[in-house]
Design a protein around this ligand. Structure first.
Ligand code: GLC
Length: 723
């Protein structure tokens, strides 16, 4: 046994039944900053333990922290090293704010383009989501903070999220929805958060098969499974299925956020009943007394929590409590780091590197001396993120206008053009929770009753006519707990783009969206840039890319297509579901897999993104160790960044339906002008195997085609692999 196991066992021995119960159910945080709090057991040397949101930065109540870009932007970098650095930075900020576990990353596969939380997720592809999700976990835990991969599993929409049953066949679960969580477990994630929804009829917090047999049994997960907030369905069902910690464990009325009249509050769809709490309190004690839950299960629950505390240096061998220690999985410095230049730089790098150049007729990069019109209803504020538990409040932020004014050498004019787009947030649906975010930073403050700036389309057109180039900033509005009802941009933004494009042939549109959106004017403008939600570094990052100081390194982790062509379109069974169940009838054919199978043309395919440079590919060559190598040359006269991608097409097997191709690996490389480099990619097993409900994981023998290229639809070289 290692010292951490010794410390855990020694501590467990010292705990009474009541003390054990206090470690599996949340309590009010006396400091009032944590999202979830375990009080610890001082007499036994178990310190308090704080859990905090979220994937875009630390959301400690009343505290500011670096606002990193949306997770989908991190995924769009296809750069695991960069994701690791972001994870480490977020963990340092958690430590600085006295938090012990970060409720991130969210890795649910992007199945529905309308899902309100796509910005918090990573990709439509399980390998792409797993690669970046695992890297974020490694980064977070390298700095001694517990990572929490969420939401386990099949939480792919917000509509009816607390009640809907995701009806998914076993093979699709195994090959598509479970792998990003498996990758996080293999990366050593210390905690898994269960989803609100049911899977095949059973609530995830009660799901003995997925929580017990798969997560803890097959995968050997040794950390703790924590509920989503107010996400427990039953006491005995959850405890015996394998749930270990109830959060927040206390009614919202007792958390000091709500008021006593909650009993008759109509909880909106997608919002859990905040008074349903304490199932792992007295009811669990009684269930153990009654023999419905074995005492050994309570010990296992506590052992898993103490195990993560010990792993990250919160528990000395003699149980003396936390301190600055060398810990099993990384160095933990109790001081942490907050809003440092290093963190600002990471936020800016991820935002710029995650920016995807969808189209460009040559207008980009902008000439330094160009006169520019900056147009859009929100050009004077950074687009930090979406609504809900991932909201951040940064110390500083840079608006698009600020960023371009700081970078441009020519004249810069600006015009709002149309009225503001109302931001939406889960917290607006809970009038009694949290404080209004303050004016200059938080999204909640963006909700304006009236737009008193009196925006004018004429002003926007005049500014565009007078400029060498017009840059229009448009946005969607998404939040946790709500799905979008259309992929069209809200408000009058499409009309604004059309009017500006009429006024200036060199019109660039910068889209800030949480996922796929409709771009009806894309053929009428000179360039289209997808910036996702760029976080605090918004204006700096967009100026970096628009002026070519950084090559647009992002590639699409999700397919952009016409709304009616997605596999979940126009079929209520598939989305948002009927009679309490949503049917994943499309099976494996989500995203590019669907468009390949349907032989349908997406607007912009998975993996797509242009560079300011030009890359030529040599021949592809497969290696013994399931790798593929290719030489890439930057034949332009400027540096550029290329994301070299590999896809695998399996041999045909009678009676077995498989996607035409599956993403298997990618590497983001920066090449100077004229530079050549041989890139070697390790092909993920998942892309070669399939899950057979009888035989389990199977790699069919035969010839596999390995395609190397710039996107799922832009193959530059291919080779074969025999199995
Ligand atoms: C929310 C979210 C989850 C978040 C938790 C705590 O409902 O689903 O992602 O971490 O509650 O805020």
């Amino acid at each position: 046994m290692t010292t951490t196991d010794d410390a855990v066992e020694a501590t467990l021995e010292r705990l009474s039944r009541q003390q054990k119960l206090s470690l599996v159910r949340g309590a009010p945080d006396p400091e009032g900053t944590a999202t979830g709090y375990l009080p610890g057991v001082d007499a036994a040397g178990v310190p308090p333990f704080r859990l905090v949101d979220g994937p875009l930065g630390i959301r400690a109540e009343g505290e500011r922290a670096t606002a990193f870009p949306a997770s989908i932007a991190t995924a769009a970098t296809f750069d695991a090293d960069l994701a690791r650095r972001q994870g480490a930075a977020m963990a340092r900020e958690a430590t600085a704010l006295n938090q012990d576990a970060l409720l991130a990353p969210g890795v649910n596969v992007i199945r529905v383009p309308h899902c309100g939380r796509n910005f918090e997720y990573l990709s439509e592809d399980p390998v792409a989501a797993g690669d970046i999700g695992a890297a974020l976990v490694e980064g977070i835990e390298s700095e001694g903070v517990v990572a929490t991969v969420k939401h386990f599993v099949a939480n792919n929409q917000e509509t009816h999220r607390t009640t809907v049953s995701a009806e998914v066949d076993e093979r699709t679960l195994r090959e598509l929805y479970l792998p990003p969580f498996r990758a996080a477990v293999d990366a050593g994630v210390g905690s898994v958060m269960t989803a609100y929804n049911r899977v095949n009829g059973t609530h995830m917090s009660d799901h003995g098969y997925l929580l017990g047999d798969v997560l803890k049994g097959e995968w050997g997960f040794e950390g703790y499974a924590v509920s989503d907030w107010y996400g427990l369905e039953t006491t005995v069902g959850a405890a015996t299925a394998g749930l270990d910690v109830e959060m927040p464990g206390i009614s919202i009325a007792d958390a000091g956020d709500g008021d006593a009249e909650l009993d008759d509050f109509e909880w909106p769809d997608g919002i859990p009943d905040g008074t349903r709490a304490g199932l792992f309190g007295e009811p669990l004690a009684e269930a153990i007394e009654a023999g419905e839950v074995p005492p050994a299960r309570l010990d296992d629950m506590v052992r898993r929590v103490l195990g993560q505390m010990a792993r990250f240096g919160r528990l000395d061998a003699d149980g003396a409590g936390a301190g600055a220690h060398e810990v099993a999985d990384g160095s933990r410095d109790d001081a942490g780091e907050l809003d440092s230049q290093r963190h600002r730089d990471v936020a800016r790098e991820v935002a710029a590197r995650g920016t995807v150049l969808l189209d460009n007729d040559g207008v980009l990069p902008l000439d330094d001396g160009a006169d520019v019109a900056v147009i859009g209803p929100h050009v004077d504020e950074a687009k930090l993120g979406g609504g809900g538990s991932s909201e951040t409040t940064p110390f500083r932020s840079v608006s698009p206008l600020d960023g371009i004014e700081a970078r441009a050498e020519g004249a810069v004019a600006s015009a709002f053009g149309v009225t503001r787009i109302e931001s939406v947030s889960l917290f607006d649906m809970l009038p009694f929770v949290g404080e209004e975010a303050d004016d200059e930073t938080g999204d909640a403050a963006e909700v304006e009753e009236t737009d008193d700036r009196d925006p004018s389309l004429d002003d926007a057109v005049a500014a565009a006519e007078a400029a060498d180039a017009a840059v229009v900033f448009v946005r969607d509005a998404t939040t946790e707990a709500l799905d979008r009802d259309t992929l069209a941009l809200p408000g009058e933004q499409d009309a604004l783009v059309a009017a500006v494009a009429d006024a200036n042939d060199d019109t660039v549109v910068v889209v800030r969206s949480g996922g796929p959106v409709s771009l009806p004017w894309r053929e009428d403008v000179a360039a289209v840039v997808e910036q996702w939600y760029p976080g605090q570094a918004d204006g700096e990052a967009v100026a970096d890319v628009l002026y070519g100081d950084r090559d647009p390194g992002g590639r699409l982790p999700v397919t952009f297509a016409s709304e009616e062509t997605y596999p979940t379109a126009d079929d209520d069974r598939r989305f948002p579901g009927v009679d309490g169940a949503v049917h994943y009838d499309e099976g494996l054919f989500v995203g590019y897999r669907h468009f390949d199978a349907a032989d349908a043309e997406p607007t912009y395919p998975f993996g797509h993104g242009r560079s300011y440079a030009t890359f030529e590919y040599g021949a592809a060559e497969t290696g013994e160790d399931q790798t593929v190598s290719v030489t890439v040359e930057n034949v332009a006269d400027r540096p550029g960044r290329e994301v070299v991608q590999a896809y695998v097409s399996p041999p045909d097997v009678d009676g077995v339906e498989r996607p035409e191709r599956e993403f298997a690996a990618a590497e983001s490389v920066r090449l100077d002008a004229g530079e050549r480099r041989t890139v070697t990619l390790s092909l993920d097993d998942l892309a070669l195997s399939r899950y057979d409900t009888e035989d389990g994981w199977t790699v069919d023998s035969g010839t596999y085609a390995v395609e190397v290229g710039r996107s799922a639809r832009d193959v530059r070289a291919s080779a074969t692999l025999e199995r």
